[in-house]
Design a protein around this ligand. Structure first.
Ligand SMILES: CC(C)(COP(=O)(O)OP(=O)(O)OC[C@H]1O[C@@H](n2cnc3c(N)ncnc32)[C@H](O)[C@@H]1OP(=O)(O)O)[C@@H](O)C(=O)NCCC(=O)NCCS
Length: 185
């Protein structure tokens, strides 16, 4: 695993790593009329809440304590979800930094009126920061990918991490430059 942040690099040598399967989880929920938008299908925000809940449970289990959502990326809705559908939200830690974790989430729906396999209806990537009692970031155990798929997800998460940091830095620099040039205050 050549690209993986080592425990020594991340300053976490005294915390044993944790396998992906130790915190992976599924949250299941039947959609009701309370969950609908004006079109009568399920509101995207309802699905996003379930995604955040499942990812938060995984982040808390992996890090062994409280963790807060720092960002949510690439929330994709592939198919509408309907009242009566049984929605499964599957989450796992894809990658760990020093104090943050990327959690990958897949959303599946079992249609209430079909005996077909569950359909994937969405996906998202969330970054959680583990925090202490004062809300300050705390060091997390490194995730240990167990399968080829876990390994691929780890490497993809590192690409997203690199892009998030680069985008944030570029935007900050642009804003500072515009302020320095007198366009904005
Ligand atoms: C997330 C939070 C703890 C980060 O605190 P901070 O003082 O900026 O601390 P840091 O800069 O050291 O960031 C901590 C980690 O989170 C990561 N992080 C912070 N903001 C991030 C963002 N927007 N996207 C991705 N990662 C982020 C950092 O890269 C760092 O990871 P690392 O230690 O693995 O390298 C802080 O911004 C916070 O409390 N936000 C509110 C969270 C919340 O309340 N969420 C619920 C929404 S209501």
């Amino acid at each position: 695993m050549t690209d993986q942040v080592t425990a020594a690099e991340s300053g976490t040598t005294d915390i044993p790593g944790k396998p992906t399967s130790a915190s992976r989880t599924t949250l299941s929920h039947i959609m009701t009329h309370n969950d609908t938008n004006l079109l009568g299908t399920v509101h995207g925000g309802v699905i996003m809440k379930l995604v955040d809940d499942a990812a938060g449970a995984v982040a808390g289990r992996h890090s062994g304590g409280p963790a807060v959502t720092a960002s949510m990326d690439e929330m994709v809705f592939l198919e509408p979800v309907r009242v009566g559908d049984l929605v499964h939200v599957k989450a796992q830690v894809n990658w760990t930094g020093r104090t943050s974790m990327e959690v990958g989430v897949r959303v599946l729906a079992e249609r209430w009126n079909e005996s077909a396999p569950a359909t994937q209806v969405g996906s998202a990537y969330l970054v959680f920061a583990a925090v202490d009692a004062d809300g300050k970031p705390r060091v997390v155990p490194q995730v240990v990918p167990e399968t080829e798929r876990d390994e691929r997800r780890y490497q993809e998460a590192q690409i997203r991490r690199t892009h998030r940091l680069a985008r944030r830095r570029a935007i900050r620099e642009l804003r500072e430059r515009r302020i320095a040039e007198g366009y904005e205050h």
